[in-house]
Write a protein that binds this ligand. Structure first.
Ligand code: AMP
Length: 210
């Protein structure tokens, strides 16, 4: 197993890219820290109960909480698999925890999208609560409005996708997560793609550099 980290602001399209690529190639496994946390919240586990307050405010959950979930997934992933790690690490402390697991990092790909575009994108974002597929009312609409193409569930707007929380999430991204660009650049692992080419081309560009 080795890891490709997707780096980028909330709404930059990391999840869409990773979901697409994993759907096309069984060797690629999409692991989203946000989905792991939302799953724990939905199940009402102790970690989920602790995480919920932070997530609703657009803040990062404690490092140890999310790191344990990621370590568990790494431990159960075997064989010739590339893990597309989406949403973790979110700060330098988490990157150091990941390094200590000894899991090999193949590359870190920054999905680059300006903040102005992010606000618009998140406003139109719709998510399937069951299979986690992501849509956008304009850029990536489902075949039937409000219904997931893949599993037929009713699509929802994520609670933390409201404009005020999005602003807070962007502040957190610039303060906590952006330093990871220099962190991984120094290690020679960083690649960049323009994340504003549309879902199909973004995925192709990502695949080419990862
Ligand atoms: P996401 O789906 O990646 O946008 O994550 C949604 C929310 O989950 C974030 O706003 C954070 O509250 C929390 N979260 C996800 N990943 C992490 C992480 N690596 N560290 C801390 N909090 C996280």
């Amino acid at each position: 197993m080795n890891i490709v980290i997707l780096l980028g602001a909330p709404g930059s399209g990391k999840g869409t890219i990773a979901g697409r690529l994993a759907g096309e190639d069984p060797k690629l496994k999409h692991v989203s820290s946000g989905d792991l946390l939302r799953g724990a919240v939905a199940r009402g586990t102790p970690a989920g109960i602790e995480a919920k307050g932070y997530m609703d405010k657009g803040q990062l959950v404690p490092d140890a909480l999310i790191a344990q979930m990621i370590k568990d997934v790494i431990a159960e992933t075997e064989g010739d698999v590339i893990m597309l790690l989406d949403g973790f690490p979110r700060n330098v402390a988490q990157a150091e925890i990941l390094e200590k697991t000894g899991a090999p990092i193949r590359s870190v790909v920054l999905v680059d999208v300006p903040d102005e575009i992010i606000q618009d994108r998140i406003a139109g974002r719709r998510t399937c609560p069951k299979c986690k597929a992501g849509y956008h009312v304009k850029a990536l609409p489902p075949k039937v409005e409000g219904v997931c193409d893949k599993c037929g569930s009713d699509l929802v707007v994520r609670k933390d996708d409201n404009p005020d929380t999005v602003k807070d999430r962007l502040v957190v991204y610039h303060r906590e997560t952006e330093p990871l660009i220099a962190f991984y650049e120094k290690k020679g692992l960083l690649r960049r793609i323009d994340g504003d080419q549309g879902p199909e081309k973004n995925a192709v560009a990502f695949r080419a550099v990862m």
